[in-house]
Design a protein. Structure first.
Length: 302
């Protein structure tokens, strides 16, 4: 009996020690660790691109500023979605993507999702019979969430030729998610959400949609100020040709900021699942973005 008790105590102490060891490790996670993982991601994706004989030149993200861990988390989910689509293309069961947790996001949580991305990329490598290992990137101290976000976006660009580029239909789905989140916030504040979008106008381009998306970011910042929440610092409008991928990035920023509002208002309801509707055009997305703007204005005035 005593030997059993001693074994139980030893096991307890071992688990206790392991718990605090892991906790100490988690508390030591910084944006620099996430940045290092994004370096690993890009190296792994490069090996996959070589195996698939991808010849295109990927785009490169601009310099990012004022990003928070929640924005990096949202960008990581975009990368995870592309990994899932790449897995489907290669006959693998795609990984689950998930959504932003409704709480303040720490670098530890961003690191955890980046680890999942690496795991799924290596599963894809195994399926493609890629035996080559990446060269371990150095750890660079002092990195900020904005640096990790920039690299996460570059990883996303590298995946486009492997998973397929972002289409307006993906952006349309995100716009419906934004409206769903606004609906929950409206209910909490005691208002009704507008549901009828303006008629779409043919001939619109991704640049038109992104302009409206940037207006929506500024409108959302006004709402946050009224709610005494630290407002969103909208980035500069990107240079060069605007693609659905740029608009997709903007929608992820909006979704992250809406989660911040839900946390502040103590809204714990997860957002609903929204199906992907194929065949959507930039004009369809623009009408949704205009509806989003009207709903934010209503909440701010109220």
């Amino acid at each position: 009996m005593k030997s059993v008790q001693r074994l139980a105590v030893a096991l307890f102490l071992s688990c206790f020690s392991l718990f605090f060891s892991n906790l100490a490790f988690a508390e030591g996670i910084s944006p620099s660790h996430v940045y290092q993982n994004t370096q690993r991601m890009m190296a792994e994706i490069s090996l996959i691109r070589q195996k698939l004989d991808v010849q295109d030149t990927p785009r490169h993200s601009g310099v990012q500023v004022k990003k928070k861990p929640i924005h990096v988390y949202a960008k990581a989910l975009e990368v995870m979605e592309k990994v899932a689509r790449a897995q489907t293309r290669q006959g693998l069961t795609p990984t689950e993507i998930g959504s932003i947790p409704i709480r303040n996001i720490s670098p530890t949580e961003v690191f955890a999702v980046s680890e999942r991305i690496l795991l799924e990329l290596r599963r894809l490598k195994k399926k493609l019979n890629i035996a080559q290992q990446i060269q371990e990137p150095p750890f660079v101290a002092g990195k900020r969430p904005s640096d990790a976000y920039e690299n996460m976006w570059n990883a996303s660009y590298l995946l486009d030729a492997v998973a397929g580029e972002i289409k307006p239909s993906f952006v349309f789905r995100n716009s419906r998610l934004i409206l769903a989140e606004l609906g929950q916030i409206s209910t909490k504040l005691g208002f009704s959400v507008l549901t009828k979008a303006p008629e779409s106008v043919a001939g619109k381009q991704p640049k038109d949609v992104n302009l409206q998306s940037f207006k929506n970011m500024h409108l959302l910042a006004r709402l946050q100020r009224k709610l005494n929440i630290e407002p969103l610092r909208a980035p500069s409008f990107p240079n060069g040709k605007i693609t659905p991928s740029d608009v997709y990035d903007t929608t992820h920023i909006l979704l992250a900021e809406l989660v911040r509002i839900k946390v502040a208002l103590e809204i714990n309801t997860p957002r609903p699942e929204v199906e992907l509707l194929e065949g959507k055009r930039p004009a369809d997305v623009l009408s949704q973005m205009q509806l989003i703007a009207e709903n934010i204005r209503v909440l701010t005035k109220s």
